[in-house]
Ligand binder design. Sequence first.
Ligand code: SAM
Length: 212
Amino acid sequence: MVKPYFNSGDIQLFHDDCINVLNSLPANSVDMIFADPPYFLSNGGISCKAGKMVCVNKANWDKSQGTEKDFEFTQNWLKACRRVLKDNGTIWVSGTMHNIYQVGFALQKLNFKILNEISWFKPNAPPNLTCKYFAHAHETVLWARKHLKIPHQFNYEEMKKWNDKLSPSGKQMRTLLKNFIKESCQLSLCNSHCIKKTYCKIIKAILKLQGF
Ligand SMILES: C[S@@+](CC[C@H](N)C(=O)[O-])C[C@H]1O[C@@H](n2cnc3c(N)ncnc32)[C@H](O)[C@@H]1O
């Protein structure tokens, strides 16, 4: 059994390769997974931060190893997720065009059913410094369930309580999010600690949405 790095109440954090951690959990035991995997962005490109040109490289874990190897990596961790998910379990995966097509294809190959593809608009996205492309201004979140036929849990009334500029409260939420969790989205721009806060809020909201 992999030892938790942090343990408090019903929260445990692990600092290890996710496949080791997932393989140490019993099969069919997890209700929902939210994954924010590497986007394979750190390949020497440039970006704009606080008005300055900066290198996009984050770390080795974010470097592309080429399409085949990146896909193998993606498929391996998704396979490990699939084993631990309950039959009615679901997975949410965020990404950008650099990784999300691989995630989608791996989900399909592993017999997940893709439920939604959500576009999450980033109002403060940096400009594209090359001036040869559109500025990347959204992230994609894929939501899939383990089984093609077994229904997932969903709290429809809770979904209608969500509030977003493009899908106001009281109506069905649409797959375009503009100011979802506005406060935390703004916070996320200040530093990496705040980014973690954003993800905590998103995960909490999704858990409620699915009735957990
Ligand atoms: C896109 S970032 C996610 C950032 C996160 N949402 C946050 O707010 O800190 C991808 C993360 O995956 C982690 N990672 C990369 N390979 C991993 C692996 N094999 N097992 C577990 N984590 C891994 C990296 O360390 C990095 O923190």
